[in-house]
Every structure is written in C-alpha cells, then in structure tokens.
Write a protein that binds this ligand. Sequence first.
Ligand code: MIC
Ligand code: SF4
Length: 697
Amino acid sequence: MGQNLVYKILAEHLVDGTLAPGSEIGVRIDQCLTQDATGTTAYLLFESMGLKRIRCDLAVSYVDHNMAQFGPENHTDHMYLQSIAPKVGAYHSRPGNGICHQVHLERFGRPGATLLGSDSHTPTGGGLGMLSIGAGGLDVAVAMGGGPFYMTAPRVIGVELKGRLQPWVASKDVILRLLSILSTKGNVGCVVEYFGQGVSTLNVPARSTCTNMGAELGVTTSIFPSDDVTRQYLTAQGRGDHWKAVASDPDAAYDRITKKVHAEKDGNILANLRRFCVNFEESAPDGNGFVTVGFDRIVIDLDELEPMIAAPGSPDHIKTVGEVAGLKTDQVMIGSCTNSSYQDLSACAKVLQGRRIADHVELGINPGSRQVLRMISERGDLTDFINGGARILEVGCGPCIGQGQSPAEGAVSVRTFNRNFWGRSGTPNDQIYLVSPQTAIATAIAGQIVDPREFASAEGVRIDDLANPESFPVDDGMILPPLPEAEADKAEVVRGSSIVTPPAGTVPPEDLRARVLIKVGDKITTDHISPAGSFLKYRSNVPEYAKATFLLLNEPGKPKFHERALAAKEARLEGVVVGGDSYGQGSSREHAALCPMFLGVRVVLAKAIERIHKANLINFGIVPLIFESAKDYDRIEQEDEVGIEGLRESIERGDETVIMKIPARGVEISCRLELTGRQRTMLLAGGLLNATREGKL
Ligand code: MIC
Ligand code: SF4
C-alpha cells in the first residue's frame, strides 16, 4: 500500500518517535512564521531562552493584526519586532505588506517543506503542498531555535474532489461543505488530505482557502498535492525554482476515521456524514445518545456543490445560501486570510463593475497583501470598487479580528472570513454569516442574502476573465532581510515601556487545593478566554491583558473573572477552569493559557480540549484534565473548592487518572491525565520555558 502525502512529508522530517497514528513524534521544522499579535511574545520567549540566531531554514515576522494603533502599544510592538527579527536572522514583513498567510503563500512557501506558525491559520500553506501547522508562540520560538516540533502522528482524512466547480460556486463552498460533514468537533489529531481529479481544477489561492479554513475543523492541518497548477503559481511569483512535485502514491491509503456524534443534537452532521462518506458505518446510540461513525474517505463532487453559508455563532452552522436567501443584510466584508487573493477580489470587482451596492449596505474591501492591492489597482478593479461604493480598508486582518467595522447590534453582516464566534467582531450577539466572495458581493448589491447563481442570471452578469495571472508584480521592498551575523551583534533592540517580559510557569503543588473560578459550556473559543479586538494592544503586557480574561462571559454586576481569581489567590487557593466539549477551539493565542496562568489557574478540566490550546496550557504549566465520564460535568459548580491529593506525584508516576474531590459535597470526580512523557516533564518543570532552560527536554 502506498504512502499518503502527509506521511511522506512527516517521514522526511521525522527526528524523534515512531511514525504511527497516535504516537508522539518530533518533526524538523523548515520554516517559521509569526505575526505581531503572537510574535512579540514569541520573540520575547525566544530571547528568554537565551537564543541568539534562528536555526531553521527561514523565519518571517509579519505585522498584520494590530494595525489600528490607538495608543502607543501597537507601534511599540512593531518597532520591537522590526529590530529583533532581522537581528536574530529572520525576515520582517512590515505593516502594510500583508496578512502573514497570504504573503507567505506568495513569497516564501515551498512544496514538501514544513512550516510552523504562531497563528492557527498557518495551514493556508497547505495549498502549496507544504505541511503547515499552527502552534503557540513558545513552540514556534523553540522551532526557530532549531528544536523539533512535537505533535501526535495524525490520522489522515482523505477528501476526494471530483468534477469541476460550476460558475458562481467557489472553493469556499468546498470547505463550508466539509464543515457541514465533519463539524468543528471531534477531529483533533487528524489531518485532511485532498486528492482526486477535481484538485487540478482549483488554483493555488482556491486550494489555500480550503486549507486555511480547515483550521475550523480542529484538525492539525490540511494539504493539497503540488502539481502543474502549483508550478504555474510559483513561476508567476518568480519562484519557479521553489517548485517541486509532491503527491501521495497512486495507491495511497487514508485512515479509517471513527468519531462520535450526537444522534439528535448533531442530526444534520450525521445526515451529511451518511451522504458524503465512503464505506460509512454507524453504531446504535449509546446511553447518552451518541453514535460512533466510521468511514474510509469523504467524496465531494464539485459539479454538484451549491453556494454554502455558515450561520452566526460557529463556522459549522452550515446551510445552503438558498436556505437563508432574502435575509436583509446591513454589512458585507470581503477579505481576511481566507479570501483576499487577487483572484477573489477581482472576481468581486467584476461583478460590481457598473453597479452600486444597496443603499442600506456598507461594503468593506480588505486586500490580503500589498501585491494584491497593487494588482487590483493596476488592473482597474480598485476603480470598480470605489465606483461601486466600497470602503477600501487597510491591507491586514482588520475586521476579521475585530479591529474596526464592528456591526451595529442586531445588524446582519455577511463576511468572507473564517470565524464567526459570538462577539469576535466586537459586537456582543453579532449576526455574522460566512460565505464565498461571489455570494458576498452579490449580497452587497442585492441588499439581502442571495444565491449568486440566481443573482447572476437575474442581472445577466458573467465573469469571463478569471484566468490565473501569468505573472504577479513582485516587490519585496517591504520585507526586511535578516542582518548578517557580524552586523547583528551591534544592532539595538527597541524595547518600549509597554513591553513586559511574559511570566514563566511554576511547578505544580504536591496536593492541589483550588477553587473553580468559572464553569463554561461547550465550544468555548480562545476568543472567549482572551478577547482580541481592542484588547489586542495588550498582547505584550500580560498583567494588563489578564484583566480581560473571560471578559465576554462576565456577568453584569458580579465580580469579574480576574477579580474572582485574585480573591482565590488571597485565600491561598489555586484556580480551576471547568469547560465542556471542544474547550479552547479557534486561535493559537497562547495568551489564553498565559493570562489564566498569571491569574493563578492551575487546572483546566473539560470534556475535551483542542490541540493547540492543550499544548499551550502545558507549555505554561497548567494541567489539562478530561472528565472520565462526561456526566460528571454536572456535578461540579463554579465556586466549588476542590482538591487533588498527590497531583505532582501522579504526573511524575505516569498515572492516567487522578481524583478531584469536592469535600463540601462529598463528590469525587475521576479525571484523565492524557499526557505524553515529554508533557509530564514540562509540567513538572513548570512549563516548556523552564524545562528548556533547565535542559530537561
Ligand atoms: C485569529 O484569527 O483568531 C488570530 C488572531 O489570527 C489568532 C492569532 C492571535 O490570536 O493572535 C489565530 O488564529 O491563531
Ligand atoms: Fe488575521 Fe483573521 Fe486570518 Fe486570523 S483569521 S490571521 S485575524 S485574517
């Protein structure tokens, strides 16, 4: 049986462990990327580890998130990054040059290589055939220093694409369809590999839209093969010499995937699993209503795909656009690392040509890179946007991360982005729908959600001219190269007063004595734990940023999370966070571990914890625990005082369970300690930073 592409790349990069699904492996990282919202911490940690020069092939520091610059903090961070990155041997992409993932695709990504980025959408690079993984800043700092990245050898989900997309249906609809099958839950430890005849019909930006938003599935990454389409893209970027063909063997095997879904609550998901999976099997529901499903691969027929939409609250609230058509829309935002390529924007401009957006709609255009902005400017698309009534926003993440354009309360906002977690836009209870660029622009003109196919036939619109550019304008003038070592020694690091060295973790207590500081439900994202938007400017100042922890979940008139945490500290109690399913999904921000750690949280006990967040918790000395029985979730409450006898010894001894006691009510809860040996070493040292400094790993 042949090898799939994921395992081929992993085999070439394996430095530790055995390559078998589920086992821990150490992988050599060729390229690293950071962005400013996570990068300042990553570089501060790189410095804290005493590292002087990067040792991977290439590292790039991007500035794209914190661009609003209200107050001096953001500019202070930018100046720090611009001084430290070239000094340690990294490239530095200056503000205005573009969103890290878009620019990395254009200028640096290489088929067959490994990329580790301190941003959860790093898998965008999978569109080039690169194994691209998102991680916390500390893991990226270690990889920049030449250390391997430790991960679980994945199960590979094969997704076969057949046919060709029909006009007005886009690759965004492919990933939205996949979210309707796999959902955001239960895919931890998997990688998606696309294959099949339909792959060659998608250009590189279209493939990258799928791998980018694959992050929302909760998989480690997603990847396409590198073929002639990839060669054409890299050649057009003046990087034909970076191309190489990478693909799975013709008789490659994908893993048989099994997962649990709730027969009633996840009824739509179950129906789609039945419809799109090959060799599908399902068990009878267990006592809690869950069925176990199994399948060999997923098949998506591009010919039959319709425009799809994610309804508010979660990227897996999927419907067809037809199902919500007619909903009055107040705002449309086009951009983000999912859909801000030249091909995406020019398709929208061509639809807008000679038309104007509806009077009650505001339309924002957020180009993904300076290259894209230059192309839409040189080729006339920008004029179409301006004439059509669009607001041209700065190149960068912008509204995707709540940096402006927050919609009015109750307003319907239709966006081409990848996330619509409640409140992420900066508006509590926002109504954010996620769609393709084609659906977005048709909606902006129609003033209501509309299936772009119907819009096109009613308006007589055609998009004929969407061939891939033969060449992209290349100008790397806004990317500062690494300083040669001789000059680097003398280069000064600019460190403004708002930059505070991140705190390190502490060793776990012999016996835990703690208070439950908060109990939250399912699908709590890192945006709920450490909000972005206007708080992004505190990323390099943990004591200040920590005050916003769980901000969206604070109840009016009651003490805030950080106040409750301080009260527990005063009572000499550590903190416990109790979570439901998929706790910590979403972004890679390690602040969602760093800030709780700073506030005294020692344990997160949940029904399931997402991959990057779990790694971040351990990196900062917080013990992740999983309810042995999900029913026990109902037996523990906020404010409960809890204890675990011999916690440290259990971690040391390799115990797989510990008992959490709630003495006041005589309750005992069995909790799983799902840790590898390396993770135990880290926890015992008080986190990765201490373990590295003390040479324990
Ligand atoms: C996001 O999309 O949530 C972010 C902002 O890009 C994050 C990184 C961060 O929080 O800085 C991500 O996806 O990792
Ligand atoms: Fe930026 Fe949004 Fe992409 Fe995150 S998802 S990197 S905030 S554009």
